[in-house]
Design a protein around this ligand. Sequence first.
Ligand code: MIC
Ligand code: SF4
Length: 642
Amino acid sequence: MGYNISQKIIMEHLFTGKMQAGSEISIRIDQTLTQDSTGTMAYLQFEAMKVPRVKTKKSVAYIDHNTLQTGFENADDHKYIQTAAAKYGIYFSRPGNGICHQVHLERFGIPGMTLLGSDSHTPTGGGIGMLAIGAGGLDVAVAMGGGAYYLMMPGVCRVNLKGNLSPWVSAKDIILEVLRLMSVKGGVGKIIEYTGEGVKSLTVPERATITNMGAELGATTSVFPSDHVTKEFLRAQGREADWKEIKPDADCKYDEEIEIDLSLLEPLAAMPHSPDNVKPVKDIGDISIDQVAIGSCTNSSYMDLMKVASILKGKTVKPEVSLVIAPGSKQVLTMLAQNGALSDMVGAGARILESACGPCIGMGQSPATDAVSLRTFNRNFEGRSGTKSAQVYLVSPETAAASAVSGVFTDPRKLGKAPVVRMPDKFLVNDNMVVEPAADGDEVQIVRGPNIKPFPINKELSDKVSGAVLIKVEDNITTDHIMPSNAKLLPYRSNVPYLAEFCLTPCDHDFPKRAKEKKGGFIIGGSNYGQGSSREHAALAPLQLGVKGVLVKSFARIHMANLINSGILPLRFADETDYERVDESDELVIENTREQVKKGVNIVISNKTKSIEIAALLEVSERQRDILLAGGTINYTRNNNP
Ligand code: MIC
Ligand code: SF4
């Protein structure tokens, strides 16, 4: 029997385990990437491992998330990351060089390699046939130190693409359709592999838009074949030598299959407040809009922005609308500047932002109260824009630009003939904003600002875990709820004690105070708890507040791994209806915790307040059991390497 693309790449990198869906495997990691908001923590953890130099083929540290620099804090973080990168053998992508995923695709990604990134949208690399996975900073630190990355072998879901896209319909509409079909938890435990005739018609940036937003399906990653289109893209980037063909064997098998006929798709939008709340644009109605934001790692490529420029050319953005555009990289911005497209945008009234995440992570451009904001981004969770009452819709660049010009939600097909943008023969290549690491790391002094505080480390699991239910939350709680990120909080990503004061406050303003008063306890949640970002702060802040266990209907993948790394018990209700039998303030006790954790999956929790027992499941591997017993990955690693 032959192999699919995912199995081929995993097989080549398999370190331990068998490729059976649902069993733990570990793979060797060729490349890593970090960005500034998860990077400081990743490098602090790497330093704690005392490895003198990274052992990967290439590791890159990007600065792209927090570039507002409203105080000394994050400029200090940038300095810390830059000096740590120089010392430990990591390439440093300076602020201004662009969004990590866009730049990595352009300049560093290599088909067939594995990439582990401390950002949930790392799967963007799947657009050129990489196995690119998002993880917590600690997992990335371990990979930089030469350690394997452990994960449950995912099932592989084939998405068979048929036909060609109609004019004005684009890659964003394809992934929105997949989200409509599968939902924000439909990809958990799966790799989404795109195949079929329709693949050939999609450019690399289009493929990357699709794999990027596979993160919103909860998927482990998404991947496209590496074919002649990939080869052309890499050639145009001056990197043809990095190309190799990767395609599924004709007789390979998949665990699941979906078919999408591209010719039947139409412009789609994800309605507030979830990426899977998808509707055709034509059915949304002529609602007035207040803001349009174009950019983010999903839709900020040269091809995307050329389409936007041609829609804007010679027009003026409606006075009621604020249009902001953040090109994905210095390469994109420079090319737009050189060919005049930038002046078409500026001429139409677009406000050009630097090449960075910007409004996507709430760094500026928060909409007005109750405003309608159309964004080409990947997440529209409530409040993520910085304005709780804002109504954020996720759309394609075409829909965004058409709507900015008309002032109302507009199906771009109304504009007549669609712009034709061709893939450039040659991208403008100038890597002068990438700093090579120092030849001799010993000579580099790491600079640490006062905002860099020690991160919390758990204690060995005790034999009786008890405490009150500190909060009970519903389904689909995101990491933006657990550890919000915005212009006020992002500068404190290396200061967990400070951040903890805001933990879960979007759900309950008093959570941190209560958690401290009760000296920790439990969190109760619904399904898909912890969806969204890879930020390990969503585990570290609860740890700082004394959270010992999280009991939910189901977890999102990266968050569950981060809880284990922090030594917090990730428990699932054996019977989901038991969710109704636990309330805030109930006193919970897990007797003989160590024994129960050692024994296996079943954990009995007594709800002392209600005098009942709740059956919970601890669905982790043997290795993860040992990590939990040790009180997290740092203790586990120390115990095993005395
Ligand atoms: C995001 O899109 O939420 C982020 C900010 O890129 C995060 C990383 C972070 O929280 O720093 C992600 O997606 O992993
Ligand atoms: Fe940056 Fe937004 Fe992409 Fe996250 S989703 S990496 S914040 S652009």
